[in-house]
Design a protein around this ligand. Sequence first.
Ligand SMILES: Cc1cc2nc3c(=O)[nH]c(=O)nc-3n(C[C@H](O)[C@H](O)[C@H](O)COP(=O)(O)OP(=O)(O)OC[C@H]3O[C@@H](n4cnc5c(N)ncnc54)[C@H](O)[C@@H]3O)c2cc1C
Length: 400
Amino acid sequence: MQASLSLPAEGFRAEVRAWLAANVPARIRTPMPEAEIPWGGRTARFPAEETRTWLERMVARGWTAPHWPEAYGGAGLSAVETGILNEELAAIGARPALFSFGLWMLGPVLLEYASEEQKQRFLPPIARGEIRWCQGYSEPSAGSDLASLRMRAEDKGDHWLLNGQKIWTTYADQADWIFCLVRTDPDAPKHAGISFILVDLATPGVTIRPIRLISGSSPFCESFFDDVKVPKDHLVGPLNGGWEIAKKLLQYERQNVSAVGFGGDRSVTLPALAGRAGLTDEAGHIRDTALRDRIARQMMTERAIQLTTARAQLEVDAGQASAASSVIKYASAKANQHRHELAIEILGLEGLGWDGAPFAGDDLAETRKWLRSKGNSIEGGTSEINLDVIAKRVLGLPSR
Ligand SMILES: Cc1cc2nc3c(=O)[nH]c(=O)nc-3n(C[C@H](O)[C@H](O)[C@H](O)COP(=O)(O)OP(=O)(O)OC[C@H]3O[C@@H](n4cnc5c(N)ncnc54)[C@H](O)[C@@H]3O)c2cc1C
């Protein structure tokens, strides 16, 4: 019985391994610097021809969204097959072919809530990396208390008319479309008057303004909507039924934001940093045993989170938003922040550089990454809010 179950899976593993051996370009097997992240989109930039080739080859196999049905640009793989594919990609250190909020957050909810017409229209371009999406949830007075959002979508008969503002919209200045939560019934209780809508950012009336951050690199924007006309069929799911979709998408977001390391570039490992800081002996061993112990603990924590995330990802690939998403998000945020604290400590005075000598060069990136990691306990729901979700929904503790 066991043999008949495992044989097809092992056959699939052999097929994947052979295909990867023949198709992964050399550059794709090297660590991916932040500047080379393949975000896709209408104005996609490829740092090298190999990154374009890699995306095209993965798209042709449906492996950018391996578990999505073939009709929507995926490969229709089972959860086990998707797991095998991910393991084989990880085993050779292959870079992702595509990074995308569309793949991680929007796609899964479209599969569950969108009409057949919407699935056929929006999912294949996501899988091919042709449209880059951003997330329009937060507003100036609606963050943790997201259901207080005020951006309006009024029914004007043949279109929706959008007015309002979103904030902290990551990469809105580089995205093509935005998925938004809007208020469609101002008289209903706050959770019951919200809908989920898709908006092309090229529509007249949309203004995007970048927000500058302390880290120097700013993914954030404010997004303004002034009398923006949106076609009626861009509303996903039931009218005023957006809150359920919003919550489901947040689960996917929490899971995926942790899985991809919070935007953190990990191309330089902690032991490598220690080497660069002159803390290793001739054999490459870290001389300070206390530091060695702390780095080993950090690496074990990261590995444990990685394996737990991979297990939860299998549940997601099987079409279930994992109940573990808040636990993973909370733990990953803490671990990532700790990693960057440790990195700065390892680099000593060099770790807190800014523009100009003697801090120019790669070490400067560590300063920026450390500052960026401060947002990990806020994005995708704050740590306090996630602890609350864990208490209520995972542990079943009563509200006070
Ligand atoms: C890096 C990053 C990327 C982001 N990207 C996006 C994006 O693309 N799209 C988008 O829509 N938003 C985005 N956000 C916004 C993010 O979702 C919000 O910042 C977050 O939900 C918190 O909302 P807030 O900033 O209004 O803080 P608030 O909700 O005002 O919270 C302030 C503090 O009060 C605490 N608090 C609030 N309510 C409670 C409670 N009930 N119990 C206990 N403590 C509480 C919070 O934990 C926090 O410490 C991003 C944020 C960051 C940092």
